[in-house]
Design a protein around this ligand. Sequence first.
Ligand code: PMP
Length: 395
Amino acid sequence: MSPLKSLPAILPDPLLQVAQLARLDRRPEKIDLTIGVYRDQHGQTPVLESVKSAEKHLLETERTKSYLSTDGVEQFCEEITGFLLPRGEVTCSDIVTIQAVGGTGALSLAAEFLCRFTKNRTVWVPVPAWSNHVPVMERSGLTVRRLGRSDSLGRRDFPAFMRVIRHQARPGDIILLQPGCHNPTGDDWTDEEWSAIADACIASRLIPILDVAYHGLGRGLHDDISRVHRVFSQAEIAFLSYSCSKNFSLYRERVGALIVGGLKRGLAMAIHPHLSAIARAAYSMPPSHGGSIVGHILANEALRRIWIDELADMQNRLGKIRSTFACHQALAGRDLRHVADGHGMFTLLPLSEQNLIHLRKKHAIYIPSSGRINLAGLNAGNLSRFAYALSQLNN
Ligand code: PMP
């Protein structure tokens, strides 16, 4: 007899499935718009110069591979906290930071803590969301409730969103928000909308988890994070899940942070040992390499400047692709102003399953079934061909 219960079939991740098809396609004109990884105009995801320099420094100066503390690399935690939430700009009473295994790890730590220590054990996750939001929240044991944020074209619906926050969410519920570079729509709240959402969450006594995975790739380093400052300065307690995967191009190094802070004096400090205990039981400590790189870049004025320039190049490229793509579509009679005005790496295209299969077979263009495209997969060499292929679709 098997020692295991019978294993139910599990559906493969549809995004990874299409990405795999793209990998196997040998046609040279292939356009892969699937996985959310930044690519330059040559289709590459290179290691940043600032990262290479930091690695060189680490190679020369690292003296031990002994264990870290559960909270990770000390310099990373200090630098990232000061960089994201400088004292002058945030007025919360205390802030604590724990290095996490990427943004996913940070979300996971926050969710597990909140499942243990909130009464409602309920998290509101907007629709549409990053495809891993619901699995991460559910894995912790939280009950997931959904609130609509966008119409079928991926355009935001502010009144509907506010109605749920005001009238359906209960005090003590959790809400998972992306302050900018929304994955998958790219259609961010305006500053006014964000302020109203933040105020409504505070008034309804919700616990915000702010998911920042594209800092610097939207409006710029300062403006992208000022939305977080507003919440941390007003909430009793708030959680910031931060990923260094995209903005430092450190995807496989798995580096991120969970930062907790708010107005209630002593609360973040009291939460800290619980986060450490959850991390200790789950994986003991995060890996050191990525955290050491980010810590060193932020601590070193010259390297920090190089990194900021490299990040600005990525941000500018994404902005240009957005406007050029929307322009091509306007010529074909489609109004994609929300794409041009959007931020970050993604946008949603309203494509049917037949459209997607047609694009794949006839044009070697790969888009996941959600219709989310990674704009960084477009470049001067393929953008007009992509726009032409879209204009040839029947519906
Ligand atoms: N949140 C969002 C919105 C994301 O898009 C991603 C990455 N795709 C993450 C979190 C997780 O980032 P990481 O790869 O650092 O775990």
